[in-house]
Ligand binder design. Sequence first.
Ligand code: SF4
Ligand code: SF4
Length: 354
Amino acid sequence: MAQARTDIGPPLYKDMLPPIIKENYGKWRYHEILKPGVLVHVSETGAKLYTVRAGSPRLISIYFIREICDLADKYCDGYLRFTSRHNIEFLLSDETKIDPLIADLNAMGVPVGGTGNSITNIVHTQGWVHCHTPATDASGIVKAVMDELFEYFTTMKLPAKLRIALACCLNMCGAVHCSDIAILGIHRTVPRIDHENLHKVCEIPTLTASCPTAAIRPNPKLKSIDIKAERCMYCGNCYTMCPSVHIIDPKNDAVSIWVGGKISNSRIGPRFSRLAIPFLPNNPPRWPEVVDAVKKLVEVWAANAQPGERMAEWIDRISWEKFFEITGLPFTDKHIDDFTLAQTTFRCTTQFKW
Ligand code: SF4
Ligand code: SF4
């Protein structure tokens, strides 16, 4: 029998595990945080694996990668990994090497932290650098926000962990729906159709099928499409399929802020985040309005939440109405969820049955 080819795609992750992880695979009993940015995992064999978590600036140069690889060679036999939040984790089996590694990282200007009751690096999408549908930038806002919240990365003084995410359009390839605070770029106008060129560059059936709310109908007379404005939620999915359906609108594109999202755990289902601020101006290069709003939300939550209470649980306890009162945010008509297709398009939990 012919052997299946297994050398296609990325290398098998097990080939890259440090020996201590291979030897204790499936035997880890517990882990704890020794200090901000430093974890220990303890195996039932007694073996201990130390993790030093450092924040990366997310967009990094080849020179920076070489420097951190040199540190990994020096302190942990070359073993490191990148987390989904752009942190770099050095995996050590020798406890005495932790402090010298942290000293070297700090000398490079790289902070160590992001564990426990902290704000770890912000997960974000591609923004103006790589994607074609963004309503705002990703890396630029994240840099400006994280500069302001830096002290919460290197300490663990918050009531609970706080996860921040950014997506630059509501197609949302970030974790905006399930983060304590989410920054979301929003388009606010119905796409403009270039009827003259549409049929030359786009497949109309594909374009029609791309709309999640069935707002797009073929227009055979024009060999183009029509968009039913009242069904459009400005997601930009159609623009992804067809460059003749223009969603980018510099005057109206903006930023919104959402709160209280959480991923599921073994006991409760996931929680979608809720709209807190419907509009903030798109104001590069430092987005001061967005930075101020996020900082204020962090500080009000930190001052009022009980130990262990994440943003969602704090809001549950004080009520949604009180949230607006305490934060001083205005409650507007935009906060009323009257999207008529919600019941047919929202799937809120993994327990949902069709
Ligand atoms: Fe592109 Fe939207 Fe993803 Fe941003 S969130 S990278 S605009 S698809
Ligand atoms: Fe449909 Fe989204 Fe395009 Fe509006 S922006 S027409 S909702 S795909």
